[in-house]
Ligand binder design. Structure first.
Ligand code: COA
Length: 191
């Protein structure tokens, strides 16, 4: 991933910014909620010590953003750039996200993801963004579709969760060319 200088991304209603240790209550709103975290394949934080360690890690990582609602300054969730493990050695990135339940259904994550897509192509100069969700996660499916990603297919047995459950994943991508032209790459055609 290419480093970038000003890790603040702004959209109409949101600011995506670096985490601070003072953000603990906003962090716990999603990170301690099993329903949110398990859907993303992660374990919810269970103890104050764990919360401290995880939040500290976030503060040290320029690719992990707090999602802040401009209107109230509340922290609603987290969105991050992460390695696109399916595209090693490619100038690519993936995105992962979680939103606290009281804020679901207002289009916030779609807006945040669109901001991340813009930043990845316009500033980080990525060639492609990959993204995926568990087959059953229809909310995340809609977010990804609304942000303009193109479906690649289903990968069976793609993700081993900490509790031993295995998930199939639906994968999507958006190339730089597709982002700039709005037209799906010809390689997308069925063989
Ligand atoms: C997935 C998540 C980020 C969505 O955030 P959000 O801000 O509510 O998303 P949006 O409001 O932008 O869009 C949600 C879409 O899902 C739809 N939706 C809601 N419940 C649904 C359901 N049960 N089945 C299908 N679609 C559903 C909404 O109608 C909306 O689509 P629409 O605009 O076409 O109507 C949030 O639910 C979350 O944090 N979930 C747990 C963590 C997670 O799953 N992370 C992603 C891992 S890949």
């Amino acid at each position: 991933m290419a480093l970038f200088d000003r890790p603040v991304i702004e959209t109409e209603r949101l600011v995506l910014r670096r985490w601070k240790m003072q953000d603990m209550s906003g962090f716990l709103r999603f990170a301690a909620d099993p329903e949110v975290m398990m859907a993303a394949g992660a374990r919810p934080v269970l103890s104050p010590e764990e919360a401290n360690t995880t939040l500290r890690r976030y503060t040290e990582d320029p690719y992990v953003f707090a999602i802040v609602l401009k209107a109230t300054s509340e922290i609603m969730g987290k969105i991050r750039y992460q390695k696109d493990y399916r595209r090693p050695y490619i100038n690519s990135v993936s995105v992962g996200y979680e939103l606290a339940r009281p804020f679901w259904g207002n289009g916030y994550m779609t807006e945040a993801l669109c901001g991340m897509v813009r930043y990845a192509f316009d500033v980080m100069q990525m060639d492609v963004i990959g993204i995926s969700h568990f087959t059953e996660n229809h909310r995340s499916r809609r977010v990804i579709e609304k942000a303009g990603f193109i479906r690649e297919g289903v990968i069976p047995y793609a993700f081993y969760r900490f509790d031993g459950r295995i998930f199939d994943e639906v994968t999507y991508s958006l190339t730089r060319e597709e982002y700039l032209t709005g037209v799906p790459d010809s390689s997308r055609r069925e063989l």
